[in-house]
Design a protein around this ligand. Structure first.
Ligand SMILES: [Zn+2]
Length: 225
């Protein structure tokens, strides 16, 4: 009898798990937030644009000096340039932003950078955006947009706006200010179209939404404020 009841219990449990009602389950365990705001260069005041352009120019110069497209500069809120980094290969992980953070970490033996801004010639990829969040930068300022590089010019990119990663800061208690498009009139010239793959030998066929152009509005809501 006991064995019968035990088997009955097992059968009931297995049936209940098969037929459990999942209709109330959310599609994801995590809170769904809108992409964090990106303030676009065209919306900055003249004084703010001049300030950020000065430091972006430093990143641009380093990229050019090193025959690279991707470089970054880390700047203290008092205006001091702490260190720089440039993507010159060695590992596919050594993007300009990651190299700059690694250089700063080695130089100053410091794990987080709450009082610093990171300037980068290209919008941070998901890997770099995550690195920038984990290391707790106050601001990130980029020049060329990923969407322009990928959708418009067929550059290899993980197709994601950086603020899709930056919006997740609620999970590590960190919010970051994001400014995009500073001096992209210069950095966009680093990224001529490689859409003609037969001619260039590289690039990708972008999978982008029909009707998209760089003039389309970009997401703009700041999480937490
Ligand atoms: Zn990156």
């Amino acid at each position: 009898m006991r064995l019968f009841l035990f088997v009955l219990l097992l059968v009931t449990l297995s049936f209940s798990s098969v037929f459990a009602d999942h209709s109330k389950c959310p599609s994801s365990p995590y809170f769904d937030v809108a992409p964090s705001d990106i303030t676009h260069a065209k919306d900055l005041s003249a004084a703010e644009l001049a300030y950020h352009s000065k430091y972006m120019q430093i990143a641009i110069d380093i990229a050019i000096e090193n025959n690279s497209k991707f470089a970054a500069a880390i700047v203290h809120k008092n205006g001091t340039v702490a260190c720089t980094g440039v993507n010159v290969g060695g590992s596919r992980m050594y993007h300009g932003e990651v190299k700059a953070i690694m250089n700063c970490t080695t130089m100053y033996q410091q794990a987080t950078w709450e009082d610093y801004s990171l300037y980068t010639t290209g919008e941070p990829c998901p890997m770099c955006s995550a690195a920038i969040m984990w290391t707790k930068f106050q601001k990130v300022i980029f020049a060329s947009y990923v969407s322009n590089m990928y959708c418009e010019r067929c550059f290899n990119q993980l197709p994601m706006d950086s603020n899709e990663i930056f919006k997740l800061g609620y999970g590590i208690n960190h919010n970051i200010v994001v400014i995009g498009g500073v001096l992209d009139n210069i950095t966009d010239t680093f990224f001529p179209s490689v859409c003609n793959q037969a001619e260039t030998g590289w690039g990708v066929t972008p999978l982008c939404q029909k009707g998209w152009s760089r003039e389309c509005p970009r997401p703009s809501r700041y999480f937490g404020n």
